[in-house]
Ligand binder design. Structure first.
Ligand code: NAD
Length: 382
């Protein structure tokens, strides 16, 4: 029988509501050990909690006080999707209340905040803690990952992981918390998108030992939505080049986190170039992945239409397209599977150690980018 896990949601904005949609259509998945049921919600904005109240019939607690939600004995697990400056305060409180935690990235506004979360995780080994990052659950991304894991790439020449979107293209877009250094963090676009580009490299053991970074702040002011112009100090784009050491002498790991990417709405891509095999996937072509075999002869990229061939099986026919809400549902399926004692079908969500490692890379990149230096990356074991 499918286990029911009762969830509280703290932060009912963009991502909180995506989770509600994911949970509501859990019947989409055909073979899961557990399913989420949202019983409690918390947000400061009553319009958002009203939305949950109206659309999620299982909700029995609505509050603007997250500690009241944590005191609810019915809540077994919490999805926390709040601005970055609140992670370090709320994540330890969630664990202290004895709830499993699915936290949003960047899992602390900076490395220091992340470090304050880690002791609470160590103090509760009985609780499952994972961080959000859904893009690697695209079937095409899984193909690239599996090829890399197979050991058939040969010596790696270069890896590029990119998240390119155009949310900051319009200079007249009003500022929001994601463009404010005190709420989003000094990382800027790297804090927003860094976990998305580092999840797969860190999972595959491609940890850069040093980084340089080109940081761009194109628009230094923005309208505040009330008729004024205010400073906007967050980085818009970052291109990080890391050096990954390996037995073949190492290779560059290029990470692009761009919020001003002409022509892109929300493109996540992964390209792995090896001496024997190469592979590429981009969400611009969500159904396809590409790969190239090289044995000394012709260099021919091959393209395969994959469709809906997912880690967790679903009712959708294998020929149809996979999209963003599907990636989110696959990610949640991985978390629920682990909660029920499974192995997430071989690809679990981001771990606390990976979150800490991603902070190590981003901190070094921020220093390298602002000082125009090459910086070593200092990883810390948990
Ligand atoms: N995985 C992804 O693809 C993805 C995409 C976007 C955002 N995120 C992450 O999700 C988190 C939230 O981002 P979002 O886009 O949903 O933001 P959002 O602004 O849409 O939602 C955040 C919500 O938190 C609420 N909030 C603020 N302070 C609160 C408090 N003290 N108690 C309760 N609620 C409070 C706000 O009222 C708001 O509704 C961030 O960490 C962000 O980086 C992840």
């Amino acid at each position: 029988m499918t286990q029911v896990v009762k969830f509280g949601v703290i932060g009912c904005g963009l991502m909180g509501r995506e989770f509600a949609s994911t949970a509501a259509r859990w019947l989409h998945l055909t073979d899961t050990k557990a399913r989420p049921e949202i019983v409690a919600v918390c947000d400061l904005n009553p319009a958002l909690t009203d939305w949950f109240d109206a659309n999620v019939p299982t909700v029995s607690q609505v509050t603007d006080d997250y500690k009241a939600l944590l005191a609810n004995p019915e809540v077994e697990a919490v999805y926390c999707a709040v601005p970055h400056n609140l992670h370090a305060q709320m994540y330890p409180d969630i664990l202290a209340a004895g709830k499993h935690l699915f936290g949003e990235k960047p899992f602390g506004i900076d490395a220091e905040a992340n470090a304050t979360i880690q002791p609470a995780i160590s103090a509760h080994p009985e609780l499952l803690v994972r961080c959000s990052s859904e893009m690697p659950f695209y079937p095409g991304a899984q193909k690239v990952i599996n090829l890399a894991r197979s050991g058939e790439l040969g010596a790696i020449i270069e890896v590029e992981a990119a998240f390119l979107h155009s949310s900051d293209m319009n200079p007249n877009k009003a500022i929001n918390w994601k463009r404010m250094v005190d709420v989003n963090g000094a990382y800027g676009c790297m804090g927003d998108l860094g976990m998305h580009v580092l999840h797969v490299p860190l999972r595959l053991g491609w940890r850069p030992s040093s980084v340089s970074a080109a940081l761009v702040n194109r628009f230094h002011t923005r309208p505040d939505g009330k008729g004024n112009t205010v400073p906007c100090g967050t980085w818009d784009n970052a291109t990080i080049t890391g050096h990954v050491d390996d037995a073949d002498g190492g290779f560059p790991l290029v990470l692009k986190t761009w919020r001003i990417a002409p022509g892109h709405s929300n493109t996540w891509s992964l390209r792995v170039l090896g001496t024997r095999k190469s592979a590429y996937f981009s969400t611009q072509n969500p159904r396809q992945w590409q790969w190239m075999d090289y044995d000394g002869g012709a260099q021919v990229w091959q393209v395969e239409d994959l469709g809906f061939q997912t880690l967790f099986p679903a009712i959708t026919g294998a020929i149809f397209e996979f999209g963003f809400p599907d990636a989110l549902q696959q990610m949640w399926a991985a978390f629920l599977d682990e909660l029920a004692g499974g192995d997430a079908h071989g690809f679990h969500c981001v771990t606390p150690q990976e979150a800490a490692d991603h902070h190590a890379v981003l901190s070094a990149a921020l220093k390298a980018g602002t000082q125009r230096t090459v910086e070593p990356v200092t990883y810390t074991g948990l």
